[in-house]
Design a protein around this ligand. Sequence first.
Ligand code: NAD
Length: 305
Amino acid sequence: MGAELIDGRAFAARLRASVRDRVAEAAPRAGQAPGLAVVLVGHDPASEVYVRSKGKQALEAGMKSFEYRLPETTRAAELLDLIARLNDDAQVHGILVQLPLPAHLDPRAVINAIAPHKDVDGFHISNVGMVGTGQEAIVPCTPLGCMMMLRERHSDLRGRTALVIGHSNVVGKPMARLLLNADCTVMIAHKSSTNIPELARLADILVVAAGVPGLVRADWIKPGATVIDVGINRIPAPERGEGRTRLVGDVDFDAVREVAGAITPVPGGVGPMTIACLLANTLSAYCHQHGLDCAPLDLDEQDPA
Ligand code: NAD
């Protein structure tokens, strides 16, 4: 029997629909719709795609979308000036600076210039610190999406053993902190770890965010474990024709599926949840800024789109 497939596309559609309903309810009370500002510096092709998609999905959720496209040569002072204006702009409830930034700009200084209550990516040091100390804060979108999928499968995460592979500030570290906040027993592995297969075999929950295709093999998996594959890797796919590629995760999906209890596919797993969680974070920031009771997102009441 293969593992249950955790369908991120359907989950994200339910989350987006729930956000849209909450926006429709809250906007008349607040006298304005939530506003999301996305700042892109330069012309990184992947970033262009993400920014377009974020703007489109914000509009579909009934939000206002403000896009700022700045040239590659933008000076730090100009970018910080824009962020200061967005911090003061009452129409803007969430601010996101698309990473990576061109090499001459320091991402930490830029992210930490965003007002923490508008930092819908959850990367500001204040939000990072609050999550790290178990306080309510804006949580980074990808780990938030992973937690939502885990909570749907496990009504109680307490006491479960979890391994996070990858310790980046964007995925691995916040993921591990959230699992710890949920009272899991948490291990973190990275590229200098020497015993990852042994650690993985102990894990009831395995979250993989390394960016290494096929890293996690079937003999690493504890039977019945839940496997969340965050990796997005483009690899050659000659079977589809010359020069063609396809997306895969960090997990040897077909083999791991035979051992795991549940698994996210790539594509169609964690990926779609990330932008849906950005919308959820923008809604929460907006409700907070307007002093509105932000009703919890009820994902059971929606039909998957
Ligand atoms: P990163 O490059 O910043 O970090 C990679 C992490 O993996 C590091 O901690 C590194 O030590 C570890 N690592 C690398 N090789 C390893 C190995 N052989 N064994 C164990 N650990 C190893 O990357 P990131 O930004 O954290 O992203 C990780 C992956 O997740 C990438 O494939 C990225 O595209 C993907 N990603 C997906 C989403 C999504 O929405 N689904 C969002 C963010 C990142």
